[in-house]
Write a protein that binds this ligand. Structure first.
Ligand code: ARG
Ligand code: ZN
Length: 879
């Protein structure tokens, strides 16, 4: 454990590595009480480095060093130094081999970084800095080497031995042991190294690439999961085809493997040729996975596969460049998902996540640009900003260049940098070089943190027929950054006439072929645009398709929002108008007595939606979701959660009571039947009937109760079964809730993914997830502190999704969270640091809440020997 204060690492201090590694030869001896790792590195002085002889410095963490060899000769202990996580060899020649033998204890590795054990199997997670927990190595992504890996283990306990690349040798050893040797022909940084050893079943398939090469596809899972692989395998094949067609990227090895692991800190990992997945992000069957889970699996399988080019063939120079691979790859997987399903719905889901959670991050104490300038612990920077905002920035480039030029830019980037470790600027440069589009000002998106705010005003000159739109942009201060420069913001918009028609957008009086949608380039603090030839003041439809990750303020009247909700030709903005209207209505009720009137037109609008069978039902299903409490908190200045919760509940109850018959009709109309399908239409239909059910149970409707109970019993898929369970859990029908929860657990108790759903349905419920109930979940035999998914499904879901319970005015929710963070900090600092997130937002809340949140943070800060991960988050939040 660390005793001194963690260091800050700066991008400005980047220097090239003093030594390069050309080849890595690894031999793992795996045993029950530990593992011995023999590593032989072929090293040479970096010609780009300093002229002066440098000591060789290797990174290491939690290693027991057994021996060091230089060019085959064992070094005496005074020839090297081992301290502060480093192995330093002072005198080394220009080129040499270094042998290092270390002993590690995977069975005691609870941090789940490096080599560890999960349900009896050995597996690895090396990104970002886990490889140093395996052996001493220059653990930085700009050192790229060819790896050869020999794994030795007991044959009966670990029949399957996997690593990156191709198997080149295998055989029997003494004492019932065996070995397999793998060779990866592609040079890679050590964060892409992987090893798996276990008793796993293999599922095989194959894929023929565009150039006719046959690729062996394999999934490895525990025997009990053998029937849950098909969907991921099919997703993989769709992703491989799509990447060829849309990005011209062909797979490069002869084998591609996916392994499912139950204990995993993140979603999945793109190790070269051997992707390792959190079980919950890859295993699925109709009976156990919801529609949302299927879609998530498809997206993550694609994401990790796409990394083979955007991440592995071209990787990051340093961890400040993380968004180079993550932002680009999220953009790629989002476009894939748009092509596989409903593009508008996918866009709505991504914008919702961004506006709810990334905007909050950008407005909080951990705000950072998509290319941060400094960090203490890189694991804390696998954020919504790096991933989702990073993807939005790539999407803006895509829209600025257009599809054809963007593809040329992407081809140039891959061709120019294949086999290299590069920077986000190299990416932007390739886009610029291929297209000729000036991205000079645009680069500020990489440097400046904070969400730009656009304040839009307008006036109409009736005599001249000119509509003038004025847009002001402001970027709020963030920690360490003030007085920001205006950014280049692509601002897509349309104008609607009184009859709902799209008006021609003439930026000058003589515009002959006016478009009805334009993308304006915002570059100045204030800019005005004049639209000519209009006979009436139009209704503006702004930031269509969410064309930039910004906030837009425009004083739409409720009348105008209702109008856009039913007339905007941009589906995204129809949805957005509905959200804005609902937000406005809920906000106006916060703190008001229950006698305050609820906007009557809201009921009409939702009735219209519920009965609108002409509109894309996938869009209708999204439009019926009221803005979440988390989003309402994000929008408020000084949030009073119980008051927000109460106002939102009032609106929900009001709508459900007024629309009861329409909800029942909607439910009937969407009564499934037929085979379970994952088409956008079928998904929308399930979403609609489950929303109707949820609303009916929200008002304890008796007919709704019957429907929920029978749906729960008869459902042939997890979406409907969980939809019914969730509705019952959130109703006032206590007996039905208990009966359904018990039945559900009994049926699925041996399936960890479903048990996680069962935990989270309760932890997220303001009816079933009050603190005493949360404590009971933690004591449940299925709960396991060592399993990150379980911790997330109870603790993180409680703090992040059960807002009224977490923000109990007595502060008990905050103290509870602080206690769990302190408990986890010693065993799994990455997960502990993530759990802190809700508390970091303390300044957002009304003082009585905020002060108690701050006190809880101080309680974490004062723990002895805090991990670097939690230290960084807590200290920055209190600064
Ligand atoms: N590169 C992985 C992905 O996005 C995530 C790895 C995260 N690891 C971590 N230690 N934070 O696909
Ligand atoms: Zn990724």
């Amino acid at each position: 454990m660390r005793t001194n204060q963690p260091q800050t690492i700066y991008l400005s201090e980047y220097t090239v590595p003093a030594y390069l590694v050309d080849h890595v030869d690894l031999r793992f001896e795996l045993f029950e009480d530990g593992a011995r790792v023999h590593s032989t590195l072929t090293i040479r002085r970096n010609p780009q480095g300093s002229e002066l002889a440098q000591p060789l410095v290797l990174d290491g963490d939690s290693l027991t060093l057994e021996a060091v060899h230089l060019n085959g000769d064992e070094l005496a202990p005074d020839a090297y130094e081992e301290h502060d996580g480093q192995l330093v060899v002072a005198n080394v020649p220009e080129a040499f081999t270094l042998g290092v033998v270390t002993w590690i204890e995977p069975q005691n590795n609870t941090r789940l970084e490096g080599l560890y054990k999960s349900s009896g199997m050995f597996c690895t997670q090396c990104e970002a800095e886990g490889f140093r927990c395996i052996t001493y190595y220059p653990d930085r992504p700009d050192v790229m080497a060819r790896f050869r890996t020999r794994i030795e283990a007991d044959r009966s306990a670990y029949p399957v031995l996997l690593s990156n690349g191709n198997p080149v040798e295998q055989g029997a050893l003494e004492d019932g042991r065996h070995f397999v040797t793998w060779e990866d022909p592609f040079p890679k940084p050590c964060y892409l190294f992987a090893l798996v050893a276990g008793d796993l079943v293999e599922k095989r398939d194959s894929f023929t690439t565009v150039s006719g090469r046959n690729i062996d596809l394999r999934m490895y899972v525990e025997p009990r999961n053998a029937e849950k692989c098909d969907f991921a395998m099919d997703s993989l094949k769709r992703a491989m085809r799509w990447d060829e067609e849309v990005f011209g990227r062909e797979y490069d090895l002869d084998i591609f493997m996916i392994v499912a692991v139950d204990d995993f800190n993140m979603g999945a990992m793109e190790n070269k040729g051997l992707n390792i997945f959190n079980s919950s992000c890859v295993l699925a069957s109709q009976d156990t996975a919801t529609d949302a889970a299927f879609q998530r699996i498809e997206a993550i399988v694609a994401h990790e596969y796409f990394h083979n080019w955007s991440g592995n063939r071209v990787t990051c120079r340093d961890w400040f460049q993380l968004s180079l691979k993550e932002g680009f790859t999220v953009f790629r997987d989002a476009r894939f998902s748009e092509d596989m399903g409903s593009p508008t719905v996918k866009r709505i889901e991504d914008a919702t996540l961004l506006r709810t959670a990334q905007f909050a991050e950008d407005a909080g104490p951990m705000a950072h640009p998509i290319r941060p300038a400094s960090y203490m612990e890189i694991s804390n920077f696998y954020t919504l900003t790096i991933y989702e905002k990073g993807a939005e920035v790539v999407r803006m480039i895509y829209n600025l260049l257009g599809p054809a030029a963007f593809r040329e830019g992407s081809d140039l980037y891959f061709q120019r940098h294949d086999g290299q470790a590069v920077t986000t600027d190299d990416f932007v440069q390739a886009m610029e070089d291929a297209s000729g589009v000036d991205l000079g000002q645009f680069r500020l998106w990489y440097e400046q943190a904070g969400t730009p705010v656009l304040t839009v005003s307008d006036d109409f000159d009736e005599a001249r027929g000119i509509y003038r739109l004025t847009v002001e942009q402001a970027i709020p201060d963030t920690p360490g950054q003030t007085d920001k420069k205006p950014q280049h913001i692509p601002f897509a918009l349309g104008l609607l006439g009184a009859g709902g028609e799209s008006l021609p957008l003439r930026l000058s009086a003589d515009d002959e072929a006016p478009q009805t949608e334009r993308v304006l380039d915002l570059r100045e603090p204030t800019q005005s645009f004049e639209f000519h030839g209009l006979s009436e003041k139009p209704v503006p439809s702004l930031l269509r398709h969410f064309s930039a990750p910004v906030r837009v303020n425009y004083p739409w009247t409720r009348e105008q929002l209702l109008f856009l909700m039913s007339h905007d030709p941009d589906g995204f903005n129809r949805w957005d108008a509905g959200q804005r209207l609902a937000v406005d209505v809920i906000q106006s009720l916060i703190g008001q007595p229950d006698s305050a009137e609820i906007e009557p037109r809201l009921v009409d609008a939702y009735r219209h939606l519920l009965n609108d069978t002409d509109l894309d039902q996938a869009l209708v299903a999204k439009m019926l979701q009221l803005p979440s409490e988390a989003y309402l908190v994000e929008l408020s200045e000084s949030a009073d959660v119980p008051a927000i919760h109460h106002a939102r509940e009032r609106v929900l109850n009001h709508l459900a009571v007024a629309l009861r018959d329409d909800l029942l009709a909607c439910y009937e109309r969407n009564q499934g039947g037929g085979d379970y399908q994952l088409t956008p239409t079928a998904i929308a239909s399930r979403s609609l009937r489950n929303t109707a059910l949820a609303w009916l149970l929200h008002i304890d409707d008796e007919r709704g109760r019957e429907l929920a109970n029978s749906q729960f019993e008869q459902a042939d898929n997890m979406t409907d079964r969980l939809g019914a369970l969730r509705a019952l859990v959130n109703s006032g029908f206590d007996e039905d809730r208990t009966r359904a929860l018990d039945a559900f657990y009994e049926r699925f108790s041996d399936d960890p993914q479903v048990v996680e759903l069962w935990f989270s349905v309760q932890a997220s419920s303001s009816k079933a997830g009050q603190l005493p109930q949360i404590h009971r979940l933690l004591e449940h035999p299925a709960f396991d502190w060592k399993n990150p998914n379980k911790v997330r499904s109870v603790v993180a879901v409680f703090a992040g999704q059960n807002l009224p319970a977490f923000h109990n005015p007595d502060g008990s929710g905050y103290n509870f969270l602080a206690e769990q963070v302190r408990r986890l900090d010693d065993s799994n600092p990455q997960i502990a640091a993530r759990l802190v997130t809700p508390l970091t937002r303390w300044r957002k809340f009304a003082p009585t809440y905020g002060q108690q949140m701050k006190a809880a943070l101080e309680g974490i800060r004062d723990k002895q020997s805090l991990s670097r991960d939690v230290y960084e988050v807590v200290h920055k939040s209190l600064a």
